[in-house]
Design a binder for this molecule. Sequence first.
Ligand code: KIV
Length: 251
Amino acid sequence: MIKLNKNKSKIICLTAYSRNIASIIDKHCDIVLVGDSLGSVLYNFSSTKKVTLDMMIDHSKSVRMGVKKSLMVVDMPHNTYRNPIEALKNAKKIILKTKCDAVKVEGGKKNFQIIKTLVKNKIPVMGHLGLLPQSAKSFKFKGQRISERKTILRDSKILEEAGVFSIVLECIESSLAKEITKAINIPTIGIGASVHCDGQVLVTDDLIGLNKISARFIKKYSNIEKEINDAVLNFKKDVMRSKFPTKKHSY
Ligand code: KIV
């Protein structure tokens, strides 16, 4: 079973959808997540609901080639874990075909039996609470209403009891993220959920400036779009002026 440090150094998690990015981020991450965010980031889907099991498996196979040291976690897509039997069948398929270390499922109480079944069958599971893109009707942050806070806090304890090894907290009000992080013995990994979590996750394409979207919780650490643009422009200029290929790049 997977045991991540809590209350020691922060856990670093980033997404990857292919080998080249995976091999770069693997050096600096504890966890590489093949997120179903690939549906919106790569395929321009309006929601992650359209992501299929086959898409997740294909991208994960590519990521597996780049991940050498980090824990590799794969999102179970929408409608692939509606009951324990379906969840077990599909999680086994993901693990078998991609050789990943764990799967991630979205949701709280309703997933209790599902998670218990997976864990009993030696499949490590990461939880995901707060904003749940697979079922969200709106993309507002969570934890303003008292009843909502209570439910998310209760769900974090239910997921811990079911056996998840960590929980992603997405777009959760800061003091609630702090309360949850204190209340449970497994690490919380935040995205838009404050500095109080045990670790942080971001979508790599957002962090490097390749994805067009902007949101309060995203910090762009580079402008890779500009880098690519400049490289392509320079290639084009060289070709136009017959400066590429030179002898060095010819046979
Ligand atoms: O799909 C994804 O990339 C995720 C992260 C944003 C946590 O679930």
